[in-house]
Design a binder for this molecule. Structure first.
Ligand code: VGL
Ligand code: ZN
Length: 205
C-alpha cells in the first residue's frame, strides 16, 4: 500500500489568469501538478465550491468592497470577489490538468463560514473527510501544491501537519495571491516553522 499522497489545492479557473480571483502565474502550477502526479499512486484535489450566497463574497455584504476584512459569524474574513461558484466555469478545474485525481474534496460549501483548508472549515467545526480518507488508505505522508500559497495551500498544509501527516510543500507548484507584497514568502516561512518541509518538484523521485 502506498503511504504517500499528493494533494492538489484549488487548481481552478477562477484562480488562474482571466479568472475572478486570478493569481499571478496560477496556471503555471498545472504543469507541475501533472508532472509530479506521475510519482503518486494516490492523488486528491480540493475544490473551492461556494454557493452564490457565500458570506466570503463582498457582493453579499451591503456597502462592502473586495479585500476588505469583516467579522463573519465571529471569524475575521477577507471579502473576496465572487469566485468558484458551484457549477460555473470559474469553479471548474483548469483544462490543462490531466493528472488522474482519485477523489475530489469540495470545500466552502457552507455560506456562513469560509474554508481555506482542504481538511477543516475556518472555524474548525466541520471536516471534509480528507484526513479519514487518507488514513483509511494508509497514507502517512502528504505532498501539497496549488493555489494559493498564502491562503488555501497554507492552511491545507498546516492542517495536514496538525493531523499528523508528514507534510511536504512543493514550492514551484504554488503561487500566491499577495494582497500584501511578501505574503507568499511569509506563508512559506510559517509552514517551515510549523514543520512542513519545503522542496522543489525536481526533488520528487
Ligand atoms: C482561496 C481565497 C478565497 C484559495 C479560496 O484557494 O487560496 N483564496 N477562496
Ligand atoms: Zn473561496
Amino acid at each position: 500500500m502506498p503511504d504517500k499522497a499528493l494533494i492538489l489545492v484549488d487548481l481552478q479557473n477562477d484562480f488562474c489568469p482571466g479568472g475572478a480571483l486570478a493569481v499571478r502565474g496560477g496556471d503555471e502550477t498545472v504543469a507541475v501538478a501533472n508532472r509530479v502526479a506521475r510519482h503518486f499512486e494516490l492523488v486528491v484535489a480540493t475544490q473551492d465550491w461556494h454557493p452564490a450566497d457565500h458570506g466570503s463574497f463582498a457582493a453579499n455584504h451591503a456597502g462592502a468592497a473586495p479585500y476588505q476584512v469583516v467579522d463573519l459569524h465571529g471569524l475575521s474574513q477577507v471579502l473576496w470577489p465572487v469566485h468558484c461558484v458551484q457549477g460555473t466555469p470559474g469553479a471548474a478545474f483548469h483544462a490543462g490538468l490531466t493528472a488522474r485525481v482519485d477523489q475530489v474534496f469540495p470545500k466552502g460549501t457552507d455560506p456562513t463560514v469560509d474554508s481555506y483548508s482542504g481538511f477543516w472549515d475556518n472555524g474548525r467545526r466541520k471536516d471534509t473527510g480528507l484526513a479519514a480518507w487518507l488514513r483509511g488508505r494508509g497514507v502517512r505522508t502528504v505532498y501539497v501544491l496549488g493555489l494559493a500559497t498564502d491562503y488555501c495551500v497554507k492552511f491545507t498544509a498546516l492542517d495536514a501537519c496538525g493531523e499528523g501527516f508528514a507534510t511536504y510543500l512543493v514550492e514551484d507548484g504554488c503561487r500566491a495571491v499577495e494582497l500584501a507584497a511578501g505574503d507568499g514568502e511569509r506563508a512559506i516561512d510559517e509552514l517551515r516553522a510549523s514543520g512542513v518541509v519545503v522542496l522543489d518538484s525536481s526533488q520528487i523521485a
